[in-house]
Write a protein that binds this ligand. Sequence first.
Ligand code: HEC
Length: 179
Amino acid sequence: MVHSGKDVKDPPKDQWGQPLYDKMKGDFKWAKDVIPTYVWFNGSVERHLLGEKIDPSKQPMHHNYPLGKKGKKNAKIWPFKVMKGKQMYDSGNNTFAVPHLFGGYWKHYDWNQAMADGMKAAGLPYSGKYDWVETDMYWKITHMVVPKTQALKCNDCHGEKGRMDWKALGYGSDPRKKS
Ligand code: HEC
């Protein structure tokens, strides 16, 4: 369910003063000092393109997913910021959709109209039915690196409370432990 399009006077804010609601975009959840998501990355990503068929039973849909596997050429463990959202799709054709926002939804707040206009402008068919899918987007972290005094220590990655998901990264367990 998407909650955009409501007139909310003085929407609530979080502890950093960021609004938790915006009529144009709906609900927000903000975070600070987020631990990155670490995945293997060889410099390429797989992308979903406009009008491409999607399988809504597989959520979240990755807009772009880093390619690369442990032990494969050029692959490194790389930190990403994962931006999560909800996005419209054409639930009749099961395609990613493009709603018309500027001068469209943000004027009339009618999603169906925004879909019809957006898809037409993009030259894509629209079945007249839409729904929402959970999506995410992987943003490579290459900026805002902390000063060396805050560099990670052994146990920030290894050990009980370490940030590495060793299983997900293809290790049987924490490689520091010698079996
Ligand atoms: C940023 C995360 C990170 C930090 C910080 C870190 N490690 Fe690691 N460590 C890794 C990863 C990832 C591997 C697996 C490397 C590989 O597969 O080649 C690893 C592997 C190891 C291994 C196994 C090496 C092998 O050849 O099997 C040992 C031992 C180890 N780390 C010890 C340490 C010690 C000691 C420190 C602190 C001085 C440390 N690590 C800091 C991420 C980290």
